[in-house]
Design a protein around this ligand. Structure first.
Ligand SMILES: [Zn+2]
Length: 466
């Protein structure tokens, strides 16, 4: 069989790895969108590097858009196979693909207005909400740790990675003639201790390993410190400065972790009595999906739920769904906490909150996640004295704070610990994907110090025989 690394090769977005067996079965691992590559992004997403109709099975590691975001596009272009994933991934895909389609339609509409002024014909969005809805008909979802036979020669088992709800390593067993080959694709690997989910679980022995390397050169803060730091920022902003605390946050995973952290602080009686607003429809939908998957929660979380059935609800917490209610927050003068999306401040309601608050020194903007270099979030994070929001320049007078320990990816110590469930001698080849090349080189060296061998860093479109 052959494997081709189509996306997330020497970079972090566009995850797509294509396995072609000798008897002609094509299995695509993830179908992610390329993101944040400026003008190139669109053509990179449209030039797939394969024919959608040729894919028999698409197996998903998780629902993040850089791993699943092109599903509606391949469905629109002739895919008729089966999409296999965990229950959590399927449920999240239902809201995330529709949300992504809404963004595509909205951005294209704005772009077409500019084109019309220049006398240019309109262009079509890469996919629409209808395409996103239609793609859900191809999904088959299964539980973790259950062997699923996708045809007479290919079976798979999903194991937990603790990255986001539904996140899974794909453990494939493929029979070719007399030979059986075991391939593990880890997808994205969470931190050893997630606040809500179970951490990454050991996975069956593989012959070939495809694994992420996002933080292959970095160590994170200890997670226990996160709650204390969060409380400190709340007290400094809402009590001492009597201002607003604005938290830009990813809708899936991060928002629920921040809400749950605040909930634990409320239970301890430590959180000042201020209103907490979660202002993002996608975050609200994602939180509702989290509520329906307690089977993925860790023991601490389950124990907590015996005392307190709703981990994502407490007095003073208000979920804001409508646009009108969101606008009302602009005139809310009391100290408060506003959690809104997107995490990198590139889209969504967070931009309105920043425009409204960033020039007031009593406020604080707290970052709890990664921001790609050219985004508004990154500009605020690195301390730019003024920023442009909706084409207007705003002086940055608010305090800027950063809390990195809520990361959804393990650092290199954590990922190496996770991979150490393998008998290293049985691993014939390790492929590093989903990382910047410099980071990957450093990670490769660290892995070699930990006695992993035969490590490759595939280039885009590079193919290997297994
Ligand atoms: Zn991810």
């Amino acid at each position: 069989m052959k494997i081709k690394f189509i996306g997330a090769a020497r970079e972090v977005t566009g995850s797509k790895h294509l396995i072609a067996t000798d008897d002609g079965v094509n299995i695509l691992l993830d179908c992610g969108m390329f993101q944040g590559k400026g003008l190139e992004t669109d053509s990179m997403n449209k030039n797939l590097g394969f024919e959608p109709k040729d894919i028999d099975y698409l197996v998903l590691s998780h629902a993040h858009i850089d791993h699943a975001g092109l599903i509606p596009y391949i469905v629109k272009n002739g895919f008729e196979g089966m999409i296999v994933c965990t229950h959590g991934t399927r449920d999240l895909c239902a809201i995330m693909l529709a949300d992504s389609a809404r963004i595509q339609e909205h951005d294209t509409h704005t772009h077409n207005k500019k084109r019309a002024k220049e006398g240019l014909p309109p262009i079509e969005p890469i996919y629409t909400i209808k395409d996103a809805e239609r793609s859900l008909g191809f999904f088959v979802s299964i539980s973790y740790n259950n062997k699923f036979k996708i045809n007479k020669n290919v079976s798979l088992v999903f194991t937990e990675t603790g990255h986001i709800l539904g996140g899974a390593a794909v453990n494939l067993t493929i029979k070719e003639g007399d030979e059986t080959k075991r391939i593990c694709y880890t997808g994205d690997i969470g931190r050893q201790r997630n606040l809500i989910l179970r951490g990454p679980q050991p996975f069956p022995q593989a012959d070939y390993l495809i694994t992420e390397s996002t933080y292959g050169d970095r160590l994170h803060d200890h997670q226990d410190d996160a709650q204390k730091k969060l409380l400190q920022v709340v007290v400094d902003t809402c009590v001492k400065k009597k201002g607003k605390l604005i938290i830009p946050s990813f809708s899936v995973g991060r928002t629920q972790e921040v809400v749950y952290s605040l909930h634990l602080l409320v239970n301890k009686g430590w959180l000042p009595k201020v209103k907490v607003f979660v202002d993002s429809p996608l975050s609200i939908n994602a939180t509702n999906i989290m509520r329906t998957h307690p089977e993925s929660f860790n023991d601490d979380m389950l124990e907590q739920m015996e005392k307190d059935t709703d981990p994502f609800g407490f007095n003073n917490l208000i979920y804001v769904r409508t646009e009108d209610d969101s606008k009302k927050l602009n005139n809310y003068d009391e100290p408060c906490i506003i959690i809104s999306a997107s995490g990198m401040c590139e889209a969504g309601r967070i931009k309105h909150h920043l425009a409204n608050s960033v020039s007031n020194k009593n406020n604080t903007v707290l970052f709890v996640g990664y921001c790609a270099p050219s985004t508004l979030g990154a500009k605020l994070k690195r301390g730019d004295p003024d920023v442009s929001i909706f084409g207007i320049r705003y002086a940055v007078k608010a305090d800027i704070a950063v809390l990195e320990s809520y990361s959804a990816h393990g650092d290199y110590n954590e990922t190496i610990l996770y991979l150490s469930c393998q008998d290293k001698k049985q691993l014939k080849k390790i492929f590093l994907v989903h990382g910047e090349y410099e980071t990957q080189e450093k990670y490769k060296a660290t892995m070699e110090q930990n006695l992993f061998t035969n490590i490759e860093i595939p280039e885009p479109m590079q193919e290997f025989s297994l």
